[in-house]
Design a protein around this ligand. Structure first.
Ligand code: ADP
Ligand code: MG
Length: 589
């Protein structure tokens, strides 16, 4: 007597259902996707007892002819693919052709549908545990209604695993919310036990504005309030994400979509957090609604029966694209660090030290102290101009230098302090990076080549970079066993011979195998290192140079920090000064 038996169709169908339909929310998700695939403009969802007693989805989509209505419930029946190769090109949501079959296997499911058209006939099929009980003609109302009662009535084990009603209800809501966020062109109405939970009219278009309108209703006002919009056309990314000051307490308000399909992806989540890295969030999390549009064969969603986990063919490209779109948007919101007076926080007060005189300005002037107007003339003032980062608040007047390191400006009646080293590093870094990416590095030949003595391994390492370094403006040549000669440097840098020696030594230590290093890492490493060496602190700056520096800094992509992340500017606005000195309002100018 053989021990192996072939399972009955009934058992097979319930096992299959277990893979696809885990809880009421997974059934709802499948039904909603079917309605959207059918081009629905309006979808009404009714649930009773958290979907355990009833789950009904009614749509005004294209509907089915009676024959299709019957066929839709059989396994692997689908109108969406014909052959295996179609799988890669698929842009609809469902494609396994087993959702209706699976839901029907574990519930009492009725489907009523009518195809749009003049000779339309409505048709209704009643089933129980996957078996058709009756079929009949139905009123010719175009669209489809699927009614799922007593989910898991014949699989008690699964039914026991369901959570409490509030918990299952929140899963159902999340599924509906995700669909609603990704499909603004469709109206969504959600009723639970006869009471309306939300009603979202359809939007005229699927723009970020429309999504924002929906996000206010879906994410709630708190999370939606500070959302910033960012988009990157060529990469097909549209995003709403919390402003730096509007993060929320949990990760719950993060929604990711790939080709409108809600997905989970560590890559996407990490990209999001990467963008927020500069804004230490004190345990708070960004809210977001992020859409990515990419060709279907660039990602794979088939690795999970719930079709949620997504893998991208090029994970790192997606990571970079998402983190930079959001990161760049966030940078625009960045505010300069506020000066906190010593009484409030003794550790971080304004830098102490001697107030250095700048060229041509003498605070301890002779007794015939020049009239104010003449003094103003002596101090260059930057004219008012609009645009720029938040710290850029003209007109500027250069007041002087502190410890030959910090530049002090009057800034529209307030105070601006600039770390001249950090600021110059940032300016040179961005100029150089720009030249590198454009493949147009200005080169400055050295009158006398600088020689650098290196160890054999440093030497070997450096020579492997010869070609790349040359394209980056550094022309090196081996000279004997342990010496390198440097013949040229990029024109943006102002190196002294010792700086160059240190630069090359350091470079030969940190550069790895050029083959394994991405172009971007190479550039960043070399540029960051070169800037550090090229900029001199404790330089005495003239007023014109100081003003030039803040103008150069103004046009930087990130003008708030040096390439290593140290702050470059500190500001105290006119209003803030007035507040701190307990004046009623900003003093008259
Ligand atoms: P799939 O969506 O993977 O094709 P389903 O079991 O979810 O498989 O649905 C089977 C078929 O039934 C679909 O391909 C579609 O033709 C049809 N169908 C299901 N739901 C609807 C609906 N709401 N409106 C129109 N057709 C539908
Ligand atoms: Mg489907």
């Amino acid at each position: 007597m053989p021990e192996i038996q072939v399972l009955s169709e009934d058992v097979i169908s319930r096992i299959a259902a277990g893979e696809v339909i885990e809880r009421p929310a997974s059934a709802l998700k499948e039904l909603l996707e079917n309605s959207l695939d059918a081009g629905a403009r309006s979808i009404t969802i009714d649930i009773e007892k958290a979907g355990k007693a009833l789950l009904r989805v009614r749509d005004d989509g294209r509907g089915m002819v009676p024959e299709d209505c019957r066929l839709s419930l059989t396994r692997h029946s689908t109108s969406k693919i014909r052959s295996f190769s179609d799988l890669d090109r698929l842009s609809t949501f469902g494609f396994r052709g087993e959702a209706l079959y699976s839901i029907a296997a574990v519930s009492r499911l009725d489907i009523t549908s009518c195809r749009k058209g003049k000779t339309a006939v409505g048709w209704s099929v009643k089933t129980e545990g996957g078996r058709v009980i009756s079929e009949s003609e139905a009123p010719p109302v175009p669209g489809t209604t699927v009614e799922v009662r007593d989910l898991f009535f014949n699989t008690p084990a699964r039914s026991k695993f369901l959570r409490s009603d509030p918990s299952e209800r929140s899963h159902l809501l999340r599924a509906a919310e995700e669909c609603a966020l990704a499909n603004c062109g469709t109206a969504f109405h959600f009723r639970a036990d006869g009471t309306e939970v939300f009603s979202l009219p359809h939007c005229a278009n699927e723009s970020l504005d429309s999504v924002f309108g929906r996000a206010r209703l879906v994410l709630g006002k708190t999370a939606a309030e500070g959302l910033l919009a960012a988009a990157s056309e060529p990469l097909g990314i549209k995003a709403l994400a919390s402003g730096p000051g509007s993060m929320v307490a949990t990760r719950g308000a993060q929604y990711f979509f790939v080709n409108k399909r809600p997905v989970s992806s560590r890559t996407l989540q990490q990209a999001l957090y990467k963008a927020y890295e500069p804004f230490r969030a004190n345990g708070k999390h960004p809210a977001c609604v992020i859409f990515i549009e990419i060709p279907p064969d660039e990602f794979d969603v088939n690795i999970h029966p719930q079709k949620r986990d997504v893998r991208f063919r090029n994970e790192s490209a997606v990571f970079k694209a998402v983190s930079s779109v959001i990161g760049e948007r966030l940078l625009k919101e960045r505010r300069p660090v506020q000066i906190i007076p010593a009484v409030e926080n003794s550790g971080t007060g304004a830098p102490g030290g001697v107030f250095e005189k700048s060229e041509g300005y003498s605070p301890a002037a002779p007794p015939s102290f020049t009239p104010a107007a003449a003094l103003e003339q002596e101090l260059p003032i930057m004219p008012e101009s609009s645009g720029g980062p938040a710290w850029y608040n003209p007109p500027f007047r250069f007041l002087g230098q502190l410890e030959k390191s910090y530049l002090v400006f009057e800034s529209n009646g307030g105070l601006l302090l600039v770390d001249q080293h950090a600021a110059a590093e940032r300016v040179i870094f961005e100029k150089y990076m720009e030249q590198l990416s454009a493949g147009a590095t200005g080169v400055q030949p050295l009158m006398l080549p600088v020689s650098v003595d290196l160890s054999p391994s440093q030497m070997e390492n450096s020579m492997r970079w010869k070609q790349w370094l040359s394209s980056a403006g550094f022309e090196i040549q081996q000279f004997g066993a342990g010496t390198i000669l440097l013949h040229s440097v990029p024109a943006v840098f102002d190196f002294g011979p010792n700086d160059l020696r240190e630069f090359l030594e350091r470079l030969s230590e940190i550069l790895g195998d050029p083959e394994k290093c991405s172009e971007e890492v190479k550039r960043e490493t070399v540029a960051t290192l070169a800037c550090k060496k090229a900029v001199k602190a404790h330089d005495h700056l003239k007023a014109e140079e100081a003003l030039r520096l803040i103008e150069d800094l103004r046009v930087c992509k990130d003008s708030f920090t040096c390439p290593h992340g140290r702050p470059a500017v500190l500001s105290l606005s006119r209003a803030e000064l007035a507040r701190r000195f307990h004046r009623p309002g900003p003093p008259p100018k």
